[in-house]
Design a protein around this ligand. Structure first.
Ligand code: NDP
Ligand code: 8X3
Length: 253
């Protein structure tokens, strides 16, 4: 499989939401795309839809051994990854810090931080060696603006931002780009269903709003990777027009 001479992108969390939209968009833009995630059936559906330009690979980013073995385990012709999209991630819960399930905190840290770091560490050496590559992170406005219930989720996304900019420092002198894409309210994905574990509550998050869509995110990623090779977008923040930062809160007794 794979169509000769197309650049290669690897997208984590391509079974839903942003990752699926980014995979579709990059195939359309001429990439061969390695689509990864835990739900293999969904990746196979994407392959059936998109053809030979999409390679489905079952991968849990929290499985350290599998991530470390990934570059070697990719089929011939798929190993020289040009673009890594570190999209796999999740929020679990919206409770106040002292009411949360600590296992949920661990899962967010394992996925959004450790998984993202391991994926980057696995694919960066090849990019540096080829002096060609681009790592795109899915950060969040939650990494910059605090809000009640964001506790560890927002903390993981702040890590994503600082890690991205520190990578930029390490990569100075190499033609490898790194970008943190930080969206705000975005519907049309499973994000709120995963977070709130209830379809009704998840739908209510978007009541009366016109949120960003996964296609808006994919469009932005496609623009960033398509810029001339000397241009690096370090950080890009996106919100729907119906969203703004709300200012500081005051407790009045
Ligand atoms: P979805 O829940 O729709 O998609 C999340 C994806 O992550 C799924 O494909 C899921 O695949 C994958 N994933 C989760 N855990 C793992 C794991 N351990 N290993 C591999 N893949 C995993 O959410 P979104 O598309 O909305 O979110 C994508 C990213 O964007 C996340 O990092 C999120 O934090 C971020 N984001 C989302 C915003 C929003 O409002 N929607 C706004 C800002 C940022 P599977 O379960 O099959 O493994
Ligand atoms: C997703 C956006 O506002 O739910 O990262 O944290 S938000």
């Amino acid at each position: 499989a794979g169509t000769a001479k197309r650049p290669i992108a690897l997208v984590t969390g391509a079974t839903a939401g942003f990752g699926a939209a980014i995979a579709r968009r990059l195939v359309r833009d001429g990439y061969n795309v390695i689509a990864t995630g835990r739900r293999l059936a969904r990746l196979n559906d994407l392959a059936a839809e998109l053809g030979d330009a999409l390679l489905p690979v079952e991968l849990d980013v929290t499985d350290k051994a599998a991530v470390r073995a990934l570059p070697e385990s990719l089929p011939e012709g798929w190993r020289a990854v040009d673009v890594l999209v570190n999209n796999a991630g999740l929020a679990l819960g919206l409770e106040k810090a002292w009411q949360t399930n600590p296992d949920d905190w661990e899962t967010m840290i394992a996925t959004n931080i450790s998984g993202m770091v391991e994926m980057t560490r696995a694919l960066l050496p090849g990019m540096v060696e080829r002096n060609r590559g681009h790592v795109i992170m899915l950060g969040s406005t939650a990494g910059r603006y605090p809000y009640p219930g964001a506790n560890v989720y927002g903390g993981t996304k702040a890590f994503v931002e600082q890690f991205t900019q520190n990578l930029r420092s390490d990569l100075l002198g190499h033609a490898v780009r790194v970008t943190n894409v930080a969206p705000g309210l975005c519907g049309g994905s499973e994000f709120s269903l995963v977070r709130l574990r209830d379809a009704g509550q998840a739908a209510a998050v978007y009541d009366g709003t016109q949120p960003l869509t996964p296609d808006d995110i994919a469009e932005t990623v496609a623009w960033i990777v398509g810029l001339p090779a000397h241009v690096n977008v370090n950080y890009i923040e996106m919100m729907p027009i119906c969203q703004a930062s709300a200012g500081l809160a005051v407790d009045r007794k």
